[in-house]
Design a protein around this ligand. Structure first.
Ligand SMILES: Cc1cc2nc3c(=O)[nH]c(=O)nc-3n(C[C@H](O)[C@H](O)[C@H](O)COP(=O)(O)OP(=O)(O)OC[C@H]3O[C@@H](n4cnc5c(N)ncnc54)[C@H](O)[C@@H]3O)c2cc1C
Length: 404
């Protein structure tokens, strides 16, 4: 019998799960609270671990032509601009040689458009905000804010960092404000004349703040950035993770920093400041026939650029297990999914949290140890990038079961 799966959330993880499930014969419907699928103007790092899955789904074809491939990763002192560490990425095809894929900087909207095309809009139901779930032995009933309801065999909670499904499982909000917030944007690199090498991925680090930027077009004509600061101490809003701001407010945090930094931040009319949240590992990602993936399962700081890449991995492994021949009951399959994915995601969550400390080293502290840690990043993070979700579930589970 054809498995009927509801995916809650049409973000990167939800659409990847739906595309994989559909390609393997499952019946899938995606429910999204928004009235249209729009995307904030921001870029995203697509690493080899995410790309391995996207290549399998055909979503990667031609994406590299419009993306940026940073030449090097460079870490600089935010005020003097002095180079602390520099390591090749695209240069000499270093990253490709390690992982078989280039490191790509892409526009989020372009990635989402490609995932939507892989799913087919007929399976995406907008203006469906999930408000309640009611599981029973062989199905789950879902209730939407618009008054409708639906019944499915399996439910995937891909509803992001403020997940309703997770809140239903734990009866509380698990995400914690980290005391950090960020200003994001995309600019033409010509707007930052002091920036000498827009084709690099660069961190400009300082006390209690940093700026990250990387190219999202070939040659670095367009770059995306995140300026993160350790403020405000308390997040002032309960119901939203974005609060109003101004460009002057953003720039005030970077007074006295290198001109390339202030030119990049100042090139955007900032209207929103993003709270940066994380989660302690939760006891389980599943409840009966309901499973979490992506940010809903493991909200993390963005410092390893892995949130979306892990969502893509989760989605693929879960979809494979749900559709594989001989993988047992639905509950067995979800248990297997959790066993395969949870520990890895928690390790990346922790690594991203630790990176926050390195990037915002306090003024006057001995930086020698920090600089050694920076120099070791390519080796220390290799395990993240070489992971292949396509084979995580093991060869025996790769054959989709017959569904009719
Ligand atoms: C500043 C910043 C920079 C980042 N940079 C990177 C990067 O470079 N690389 C990277 O890999 N990751 C990055 N990330 C992380 C990445 O954006 C997320 O990890 C990723 O988008 C998570 O995907 P998701 O599908 O799990 O959730 P989301 O993309 O958040 O999608 C969740 C979807 O669910 C919908 N939804 C929510 N509640 C409901 C409901 N009740 N009913 C129906 N629909 C609902 C939402 O509207 C949304 O469309 C960054 C994050 C931040 C904050």
């Amino acid at each position: 019998m054809t498995l009927r799966v509801a995916v809650i959330g049409a973000g990167i993880g939800g659409l990847t799960a739906a595309a994989t499930l559909l390609s393997r014969g499952a019946q899938v419907e995606v429910y999204e609270q928004a009235s249209e699928l729009t995307e904030i103007g921001a870029g995203i790092s697509l690493f080899a671990n995410g790309q391995r899955v996207l290549s399998e789904l055909g979503v990667l074809d031609g994406l590299g032509d419009s993306a940026g491939e940073p030449s090097r990763v460079v870490i600089r002192d935010g005020q003097t601009g002095d180079r602390i560490v520099s390591h090749p990425l695209g240069d000499g095809k270093w990253y490709r040689a390690q992982t078989d894929f280039p490191y790509l900087g892409v526009h989020r909207a372009e990635l989402l458009e490609r995932l939507e095309a892989a799913v087919d809009r007929r399976h995406v139901h907008l203006e469906h905000r999930l408000v309640d779930l009611e599981p029973s032995e062989d199905h789950v009933d879902l209730r939407w804010e618009n008054g409708r309801s639906s019944r499915f065999d399996v439910v995937i909670g891909a509803d992001g960092a403020r997940s309703t499904v997770r809140r239903w499982m734990y009866d509380k909000e698990c995400a914690i404000y980290t005391g950090n917030s960020g200003f994001r944007g995309i600019i033409e690199s010509s707007c930052a004349p002091s920036l000498e090498n827009p084709g690099d991925l660069q961190f400009w680090v300082g006390s209690r703040a940093h700026l990250l930027h990387f190219p999202i077009s070939p040659g670095g004509e367009r770059i995306t950035f995140l300026a993160a600061v350790e403020e405000p101490v308390r997040w002032p809003a309960e119901d939203t993770w974005r609060i109003p701001t101004t460009t002057n407010e953003a720039l005030a945090h970077f007074e006295g920093w290198h001109p390339a930094v202030t030119e990049i931040i100042g090139a955007v009319a900032h209207s929103e400041r993003w709270g940066l949240f994380r989660m302690e590992p939760i006891p389980s990602w599943r409840h009966g026939r309901i499973a979490l993936l992506g940010d809903a399962a493991h909200t993390m700081l963005p410092h390893h650029g892995q949130g979306a890449n892990l969502s893509i991995e989760d989605a693929f492994v879960l979809a494979q297990l749900l559709t594989a021949e001989g993988a047992g009951s639905i509950e067995d399959r979800l248990q297997q999914y959790e066993l395969l994915r949870k520990r890895r995601a928690e390790k990346v969550q922790l690594a991203s949290w630790r990176a926050n400390h390195l990037l915002h080293f306090p003024e006057g502290a001995d930086t020698a140890q920090r600089n050694t840690a920076f120099a070791n990043i390519p080796d220390d993070a290799r395990w993240i990038h070489t992971y292949d979700a396509r084979f995580a579930a093991g060869d025996s589970l790769l054959v989709p079961q017959e569904m009719d």
